[in-house]
Write a protein that binds this ligand. Structure first.
Ligand code: HEC
Length: 439
C-alpha cells in the first residue's frame, strides 16, 4: 500500500517484547498505523502482524509521519486532507488543505517515560555516551549533532571512548558500529575500525560495515578487494550488501565482485538484486523475461517421466537452475546466463552435460551465436544433488523449452561422477570441449 513515514519501535517507554517492531502508516483504504513483528529469515526478513496500533473512522485521516521523541513517546502526524492523489486531482485544487493537520502523542500509561538525553549543545564526551543508549532516535540525533562538529576533535574523542568500552558487553560491537557511523558522518571513515568490523563474527555487523564501504569507497583503500571478500561471505545478507555496492562501481571493478557472489547460492532475496546489478553495471536495465503459460508437456513415460517430474521441481528450487537460466529456459544475457532452450550443450553428449553440472563452468563461451565473456560462473552442483537428482534435472532440461533428447539415467550420472571425482575447480568451456567436441 502507499505508505509514508515508517518507524521501528525503539524506546524503553514501550514494553520489551515490542522492541524492533515495524510501524507502518496507511493513508488509503485502511486508515491507520499497523504494527508488525520483524523476524530474521536468512538473507532477509519476514514480518508478522501484531496489531493495528491506530485506526480511524475519519475518511480524511492521513497518518504520514512518525518519530519517537526524546522522552520515548511516539509522535504521529496526521496530514488530514480530503485530497491526496496527484494524478486524480489538480495540484491547485482549492480543496487541498494547506492549513490543517494534527499531531498525536502516543504513550504507554503503565510505564515511565524515558529521561531525555542531552543532545543540542552537549559535550562531545556526553554525546559519545549517548551512543550506548537503547533508543535508536536518541543515537540518530546524537550522530547528527556530532556531524556538525570538528572532525579532528571528534575522531580523537572517539579513540578515547572506544578504549574505555567494556569488551565483554554484549553490545560492544554495536557501540563500535556507532563509532564507525560517526566517523562516516564526519566524512572521515575510520578504516581500521571498518576492517575490524568487516571481520566480525556477527553477520549483522558485517552487513552494516559493508554498507559503509559502499558509500565511502572513495576514502577507502582496497574497496574492491574488501567487497569481493564480502561477496563470498557465509551469510546471504552480507553478500547482498556487497552485490548492491558493486552495482555502483565501474564495470571492470564491479564485475569481479558480482562474479564472486555468483559462486554462492542466489536465493530469492539475492537473485533479482544480482540480476539488476549485472544489468546496471553494463549500462542496460533489468527486465525479468516474460513467462509464458507453459504447462508440463512431455511424451516420456514410466521411470523417465518420474525423473522428468522430479527434475522440474529441482529446476525451480530457490537458487537452482531457474534462478539464472530463467523459468522459460531462455537465460538472461545481460547477467551472463546463457539459454538452455535449443542449445547443443543441453541436447548433445550426456557426459559433457553431466560433467558441466557436477563441476560447474567458467570461461568465455559461445551459445546460439552469442558470446558470453565467462565472468560469471555456472554453479557446481556435485555437492548439492545426488545421482538421481542430477539425472532428473537433466532429463527435464533435455525435454523442456522445445528441447527433445534422450533422458539421462542415475547410473550414467554415477559413472561420470566417478571419473571426475578428483577434478578440482570449475571446468572451462575449452577444457570440456577438448574432452567432448561439440557435435
Ligand atoms: C548461478 C547461476 C547459475 C545456476 C544456478 C545454473 N547455471 Fe547453468 N550456467 C550459468 C552460467 C553463467 C553459464 C555459462 C558459464 C560460462 O560462461 O562458462 C552456464 C552454463 C550452462 C550450460 C551450458 C551453456 C548453455 O546455455 O547451454 C548448461 C547446459 C547449464 N548451464 C545448465 C544448468 C543446469 C541444468 C542448472 C541447474 C542444475 C544450472 N545450469 C544452474 C549459470 C548458472
Amino acid at each position: 500500500r502507499p505508505t509514508s513515514g515508517l518507524e521501528f519501535v525503539s524506546s524503553r517507554h514501550f514494553p520489551p517484547e515490542v522492541q524492533g517492531d515495524m510501524l507502518i502508516n496507511n493513508t488509503i483504504g485502511f486508515l491507520g498505523t499497523k504494527q508488525h513483528q520483524m523476524i530474521e529469515d536468512g538473507t532477509g526478513f519476514t514480518t508478522k502482524h501484531r496489531q493495528d496500533l491506530v485506526t480511524s473512522s475519519d475518511g480524511n485521516f492521513r497518518p504520514v509521519d512518525m518519530e519517537f521523541a526524546p522522552d520515548g513517546s511516539l509522535y504521529l502526524v496526521d496530514w488530514h486532507n480530503v485530497l491526496i492523489g496527484h494524478m486524480q486531482h489538480n495540484a491547485r485544487d482549492p480543496l487541498r488543505d494547506h492549513k490543517h493537520g494534527r499531531i498525536y502523542r502516543i504513550t504507554y500509561p503503565d510505564r515511565p517515560l524515558v529521561e531525555p538525553a542531552p543532545v543540542a549543545g552537549a559535550s562531545t564526551e556526553q554525546l559519545l555516551e549517548n551512543l550506548t543508549l537503547p533508543e535508536y532516535r536518541t543515537r540518530y540525533r546524537t550522530r547528527r549533532e556530532l556531524r556538525g562538529r570538528d572532525a579532528g576533535q571528534v575522531r580523537a574523542a572517539i579513540d578515547t571512548w572506544i578504549a574505555g568500552l567494556d569488551e565483554s558487553d554484549s553490545h560492544y560491537e554495536h557501540h563500535l558500529l556507532e563509532a564507525l557511523w560517526v566517523t562516516w558522518g564526519l566524512n572521515s571513515v575510520d578504516q581500521d575500525l571498518l576492517r575490524r568490523l568487516l571481520e566480525s563474527e556477527d553477520h549483522r555487523v558485517r552487513a552494516a560495515a559493508v554498507r559503509v564501504l559502499r558509500y565511502s569507497g572513495h576514502q577507502i583503500e582496497g574497496q574492491q578487494e574488501l567487497l569481493t571478500q564480502a561477496a563470498g561471505d557465509s551469510h546471504g545478507r552480507v553478500r547482498l550488501e556487497a552485490i548492491v555496492a558493486a552495482s555502483w562501481l565501474p564495470e571492470q571493478e564491479g564485475l569481479p565482485v558480482l562474479s564472486e557472489a555468483a559462486k554462492h547460492p542466489l536465493d530469492r532475496h539475492i537473485a533479482p538484486t544480482f540480476n539488476a546489478a549485472m544489468a546496471h553495471i553494463q549500462g542496460t536495465s533489468y527486465m525479468p523475461p516474460e513467462q509464458g503459460e507453459e504447462t508440463v508437456q512431455t511424451d516420456l513415460e514410466g521411470t523417465d517421466r518420474e525423473l522428468y517430474e522430479l527434475g522440474e521441481k529441482i529446476f525451480s528450487r530457490d537458487g537452482s537452475c531457474e534462478t539464472c537460466h530463467q523459468p522459460n529456459g531462455k537465460g538472461l544475457a545481460a547477467s551472463g546466463f546463457p539459454p538452455l532452450a535449443g542449445t547443443d550443450w543441453v541436447t548433445g553428449d550426456p557426459e559433457r552435460l553431466i560433467k558441466l553440472v557436477l563441476k560447474g563452468m567458467q570461461g568465455p563461451l559461445e551459445v546460439l551465436g552469442e558470446q558470453y565473456p565467462g565472468q560469471v560462473p555456472m554453479t557446481p552442483f556435485g555437492g548439492m544433488l545426488d545421482d538421481e537428482e542430477v539425472a532428473a534435472v537433466l532429463t527435464y532440461v533435455r525435454n523442456s523449452f522445445g528441447n527433445e533428447a534422450d533422458p539421462i539415467s542415475p547410473e550414467t550420472v554415477e559413472k561420470v561422477r566417478a571419473t571426475v571425482q578428483d577434478k578440482e575447480g570449475f571446468y572451462t568451456p575449452e577444457e570440456l570441449l577438448n574432452e567432448h567436441p561439440m557435435e
